[in-house]
Design a protein around this ligand. Structure first.
Ligand code: PLP
Length: 472
């Protein structure tokens, strides 16, 4: 795009946005089972959008200039603390930022600098690896139980060293939706004088409602002895517009370790609770309005619907020949695998039928599988989803697994990516039938099969290159 010479009218711009979005996955309706969270109640999303717009240009940079930000944040964080065992919190832009701040607080709690490490189960979200990378903390990855997919307490305990600043548990972990043994992990951390963060980005605003609706949910929040911080995303099961999460600290002194201040320049003094400095208060307004529009009753009803849909989905998948649900998830995230059909082909088949089912690569002994995030809107379409899964599984069985050209994986594994420019990488992809510039409904099975066959560090290098190519 080039900057237009003269300004353009709003109607024309909206028409263009609509054209730009024509190949996007739909954000409403329940046919996209990752990335988006739909209540199925347009009036709630409308309230959030209007409040977001109302706060759009308020800058949270200076809370003394915009006291509305402080009041709204206190209310939102207070509501989250009320549900998750108390504590002092920060409103952040998302799970990654909440986790980043928890890791920073832990790192900066070390008395005398020195090396800092954290113990992270392999099923924990990559946000911990990202935080570690940005903050100079080393990761000690520990395995999960191969049947339940829950973190191994013994492995966590064994991995703690005198340099460990943080131990992580997930409630639930994203890949299989299971809750780690939080109480046991927090206890071993506390016994060694180490902080423990619970990543409840997915479960913080879901599990309490599922529990109230009748699900068996073990204790996982700040009321558990030894848990020192917890993250809870509102732009997931809080159903807020994107850009909304809360991180809570059991001790206000720990929260202060997450903050940053600088007076080391001749400009305005900088005090930041978050990674970002200037930022819109829109997401805060959106989260606040979503809480107000749904209320306790609304969230509980959504929790009931979500629980019913997740149960039906698990039971239905178990009845489809060749498919099996992985683990026994307490949450509304369901993963299924198959020893008989190629799940990457199944995912493409579902996409052709108008449904997005998220493929997950094999890792750490866990087989490739398909992930479904069940939300409040899923229940009314759960039978249709099951039909599509069954049909797609059958179609994948007929098509057979992806066969990769001989030597392709070895070729990609051995590529010297530094010696290839983006154009050459794009041409290489095209030569094996992968169009990196394509849009619409991409066939991803070949790409996923190649990635699946590579070790994690090669997957990462290829993915970075892919990003660079698509933004060229
Ligand atoms: C368990 C868990 N933690 C953290 C995150 C990161 O959240 P975000 O994408 O909001 O940064 C996710 C995202 O899916 C998640 O599932």
């Amino acid at each position: 795009m080039s900057l237009p010479e003269k300004g353009r009218g709003i109607e024309e711009l909206l028409a263009e946005i609509s054209r730009l979005r024509q190949d996007d996955l739909p954000v409403r309706g329940g046919k996209v089972t990752a990335y988006v969270y739909d209540t199925g109640r347009p009036e709630v999303h409308e309230a959030a959008a209007r409040a977001y717009f109302e706060m759009l240009e308020v800058n949270t940079l200076d809370p003394t200039a915009f006291p509305s930000v402080v009041e709204m944040e206190r209310q939102v964080v207070g509501a989250v603390a009320g549900l998750l065992g108390g504590g002092s919190g920060i409103f952040t832009s998302g799970g990654t930022e909440s986790i980043m701040l928890a890791v920073k607080a832990a790192r900066d709690s070390r008395p005398a600098g020195g090396p800092a490490r954290m113990v992270v189960p392999v099923t924990a979200h990559p946000a911990f690896h990202k935080a570690a990378h940005y903050l100079g903390v080393a990761v000690d990855a520990v395995p999960v139980d191969p049947v339940t997919f829950r973190a191994s307490v013994a492995a966590v305990e064994e991995a703690i060293t005198s340099d460990t600043v943080l131990v992580v548990a997930s409630a639930p972990s994203y890949p299989q939706g299971v809750v780690d043994p939080v109480a046991e992990i927090a206890a071993v951390a506390a016994a060694r004088g180490v902080l423990c963060h619970v990543d409840a980005c997915v479960g913080g605003w879901l599990l309490p409602w599922l529990r109230e609706a009748g699900a068996q949910v073990p204790p996982f929040d700040l009321s558990v002895p030894g848990v020192t911080s917890i993250s809870c995303d509102l732009h997931k099961f809080g159903y807020s517009p994107k850009g909304a999460s809360v991180v809570l600290f059991a001790d206000p002194a720990l929260r202060r370790r997450a903050y940053f201040a600088s007076a080391a320049w001749p400009g305005y003094t900088v005090i930041n609770a978050t990674v970002q400095s200037s930022k819109s208060a829109g997401p805060l307004g959106g989260a606040w309005a979503t809480f107000q529009a749904l209320g306790r009753e609304g969230y509980l009803e959504l929790g009931r619907a979500t629980l019913a849909a997740a149960r039906r989905l698990r039971e239905g998948i178990a009845g489809i020949p060749g498919l099996r649900v992985l683990g026994d998830p307490e949450s509304a995230l369901v993963a299924f695998g198959s020893a008989e059909v190629d799940v990457f082909v199944l995912s493409d088949e579902a996409r052709r039928r108008g449904w997005f089912l998220q493929p997950q690569l094999s890792y750490a002994g866990i087989p490739a599988n398909i992930h479904v995030t069940v939300t409040g809107v899923t229940l009314h379409g759960v039978e249709a989803m099951l039909e599509v899964i069954a049909e797609s599984a059958e179609a994948a069985r007929e098509r057979g697994p992806v066969t990769l050209p001989d030597g392709l994986v070895e070729l990609v594994a051995g590529l010297d990516l530094d010696a290839l420019d983006d154009a050459a990488f794009g041409e290489l992809a095209a030569s094996v039938g992968v169009d990196l510039g394509g849009s619409g409904q991409p066939e991803m099975a070949v790409v996923n099969a190649v990635l699946d066959a590579l070790p994690a560090d090669r997957r990462e290098a290829v993915l970075v290159r892919f990003l660079s190519v698509i933004y060229t």
